[in-house]
Design a binder for this molecule. Structure first.
Ligand code: FES
Ligand code: FES
Length: 156
């Protein structure tokens, strides 16, 4: 089937999408957007998180056909005019990126959290990021990055 949808604000098409093909596969392999990672392909790790109509989803669990006519925003789409989003900058500054496999999903999920909750408590941060697994950092630097991003948004 031919899939037509919007990705990071641009109209996109993908031909010959097979039944059961995931949104993650279309983004990475057909549209050349490798930011969203494929770590488990089972909805367990959150590395593939993207916005689908402004709601974070695990794109490995979404059939590509479900995105027909809808809007997707990936980690690449968080930056504007080649400027990183403050959430992205604070992850780098805090040293919350090691191997980086979990990072795209954490960035999208954190971005969503801070859109909804301006000054989240630690408990709210942990709850929001509970579906995003990181095997490297021990999470403390991720917490530091999220707190710093929240403070920065509050100042802006
Ligand atoms: S790759 Fe989708 S949840 Fe792990
Ligand atoms: S930085 Fe490696 S899994 Fe999180």
């Amino acid at each position: 089937m031919r899939l037509k949808f919007t990705v990071n604000g641009r109209a996109q098409e993908a031909d010959d999408v097979w039944e059961g093909e995931s949104l993650l596969h279309v983004l990475r392999e057909r549209l050349g957007l490798p930011g969203s990672k494929n770590a488990c392909e089972q909805g367990e790790c959150g590395s593939c998180t993207v916005y689908l109509d402004e709601v974070p989803v695990c794109s490995c669990l979404v059939a590509a056909g479900q995105a027909e006519g809808r809007s997707v925003r990936t980690v690449e789409g968080l930056a504007e005019d080649d400027r990183l989003d403050p959430v992205q900058e604070e992850f780098v500054a805090a040293g919350a990126v090691q191997c980086g496999f979990c990072t795209p999903g954490l960035l999208v999920q954190t971005h969503d959290l801070l859109e909804r909750v301006a000054e989240p408590s630690d408990a709210e941060i942990r709850e929001a990021l509970a579906g995003n697994l990181c095997r490297c950092t021990g999470y403390e630097k991720i917490m530091d990055a999220v707190r710093a991003a929240a403070r920065r948004r509050a100042r802006a």
